[in-house]
Design a protein around this ligand. Structure first.
Ligand code: GUN
Length: 287
């Protein structure tokens, strides 16, 4: 079997069209959605991600405010910057690009963000609401994966889904979204025993390890006709790569997402969606 490519660029485009319509509608009501980004230091990969986020905002008419404090900013100074953005009524969404330099604490930083401006869905109120199925703003990568499945009519109900990632930004929120879609979900990590057997028992494999020295998803781990969604972005042999070699695994799957051009564009598209949702929430508008 040769599977269908899950084209994240195409799905992201369809989301952007809808977001642009909502932006126009909000503008007609006097609201100009605005995302503030905070990029600490000079990590080149993070700088590229943030640049892509700004470009995408511009495409759909979302305003941006760019903050690039130096690597040696203190926790207090960073918290003060977030306080300022919380109080700024022209800012609807706040994104602090992760990872942060090691002297800064991610939890202490992200929990400063007002939940209604938390477009990453990382604050405790948003995490709690998601866990009881009442989410307001959900982490972008997991909600992007659900949108990809909807776009390609990939059934989740009753399916065995394995997630190979347990991070706060991906694995944990994705677990809740899949459960809400009536999937049977297994979350795996570095201490999981017999990962290959769990993968072979799965209808859908969502993998996000991002280190080829530790892990590679190979065809012998995939049940014939399963779906593979590759969330990882790493460098392998000088190129951007996921946990799997797309050309190798597509032969075994019914659907698979490539890297690049898979989940990455969806993370950005869902950030745009969260920003307009946050802008609407700020004025008590239902979208
Ligand atoms: N770093 C990698 N992915 C993300 C993301 O979705 N949000 C933030 N804030 N940082 C990231």
């Amino acid at each position: 079997m040769t599977g269908v490519k899950i084209d994240g660029i195409e799905v992201a485009k369809s989301i952007k069209v809808k977001v642009a319509e909502i932006v126009n509608d909000l503008k007609s009501k006097g609201i100009s959605p605005c995302l503030a980004t905070v990029l600490v230091g000079d990590n080149p990969a993070s700088a590229t991600y943030v640049r892509n986020k700004h470009k995408a905002c511009e495409e759909v008419g979302i305003l941006t405010k760019d903050h690039t404090p130096p690597t040696d900013i203190t926790q207090d100074e960073l918290n003060k910057l977030i306080e300022k953005l919380n109080a700024d009524e022209t800012v609807h969404g706040i994104l602090v690009q992760l990872p942060l330099p090691s002297h800064l604490n991610e939890f202490n930083t992200t929990t400063q963000i007002l939940p209604e401006k938390d477009v990453d869905g990382l604050t405790p109120p948003n995490v709690g609401l998601l866990s009881i199925g009442k989410a307001m703003l959900v982490a972008c990568t997991p909600s992007g994966i659900i949108e990809m499945c909807k776009y390609y009519n990939i059934e989740l109900e009753g399916k065995n889904v394995v997630i190979i990632n347990r991070s706060n930004l991906v694995g944990k929120p994705l677990y809740h979204l899949l459960l809400q879609n009536n999937a049977t979900v297994t979350t795996c990590h570095s201490k999981t025993k017999d990962l290959k057997k769990i993968c072979l028992d799965s209808d859908i494999i969502i993998t996000g390890v991002g280190n080829r020295e530790i892990f590679k998803l190979t065809p012998d781990m995939i049940k014939e006709g399963a779906v593979v969604i590759d969330v990882a972005t790493t460098r392998h042999e000088g190129k951007l790569a996921g946990d799997a070699d797309y050309a190798e695994i597509i032969e075994k799957t019914s659907y698979a997402s490539p890297v690049p051009g898979g989940v990455g564009p969806m993370t950005v598209a869902m950030l745009l969606k969260n920003t307009v949702t946050a802008a609407a929430i700020s004025k008590g508008i239902d979208i």
